[in-house]
Design a protein around this ligand. Structure first.
Ligand code: HEM
Length: 233
């Protein structure tokens, strides 16, 4: 039997109070995201426009910009959302994730169709394999998100707090997998042709910063919430 409040609506991962100090990390993370998007879009379109040009652009928009903003929406102390009631922040989170998920799926279809058209084998590179894994994890996270949204209805199977912790943990793994995929994309043969070393390493550093700013606080939040539930000192 889980403890009583694990079944109730108070079993939230995100605090409903706005007593947290607003953090500028989210703002910095979004700024870094915009610069990465600018660098990648420029490199994709500067020489020629092909179907492929839309793959890195859409993936960066979906993963680096929309997904991070969606995670930030439910991170304590988010500058843009900390004044909002928890239900609005939660709605902002899932709406942004859903839009990001659609854009990422289009980005995936773009590269799939492009490779079918030029008759190249699929999922042979490390980037392609990690990319496929990221997409499968993304689908699992989204299903888990629906579970977290209806966690009270599922309380006879799993206490809401665990549904939410599970969704948040798989979500962080998914996000990190996507970041690894993007880093591998920066080291692909294609980048050698379109980008220089400076833009590659600037983008790499910014991508790693975005990852750090996005997963640090949610990871700590999960760690302390689980510790508290398990009564570990
Ligand atoms: C999280 C974001 C991303 C995901 C999930 C992803 C996923 C994938 C997948 C699954 C493939 C293989 C498709 C196939 O073999 O049919 C692929 C190919 C490719 N992607 Fe990405 N991608 C992402 C971001 C990027 C970025 C940012 C770049 C460029 C900087 C990039 C560059 C490439 C290149 C050059 C290919 C073709 C070569 C290959 O198959 O490895 N991707 N991507």
């Amino acid at each position: 039997m889980p403890p009583a409040d694990g079944d109730s609506e108070t079993s939230r991962l995100v605090s409903s109070s706005s007593a947290q100090k607003p953090s500028y990390l989210n703002l910095i993370s979004n700024l870094c995201g915009l610069i990465i998007l600018g660098i990648i879009t420029y490199c994709c379109f500067k020489k020629e426009v092909t179907l492929f040009s839309f793959h890195p652009t859409l993936m960066t928009l979906g993963w680096i910009f929309l997904m991070t903003t969606a995670v930030n929406a439910i991170t304590p102390g988010d500058l843009a959302t900390e004044w909002m009631p928890i239900r609005l922040r939660s709605a902002r989170h899932w709406v942004l994730q859903a839009i990001g998920g659609i854009i990422i799926t289009i980005g995936f279809l773009v590269i799939l169709i492009h490779k079918i058209k030029i008759d190249k084998p699929h999922f042979t590179s490390l980037h392609g394999k990690f990319g496929l894994a990221s997409l499968i994890f993304m689908m699992a996270t989204m299903l888990g998100g629906i579970g977290a949204l209806y966690s009270l209805k599922l309380k006879y199977y799993l206490a809401p707090i665990y549904t939410k912790v599970l969704h948040a943990s798989i979500g962080l793994v998914t996000f990190t997998l996507g970041i690894v995929t993007i880093c591998l994309g920066l080291f692909s043969d294609w980048w050698m042709k379109v980008g220089d070393n400076i833009s590659k390493y600037v983008a790499l550093c910014l991508v790693l910063l975005v990852m750090l700013f996005t997963i640090l606080r949610p990871s700590l939040k999960i760690f302390f919430r689980v510790k508290e539930r398990l009564n570990v000192n």
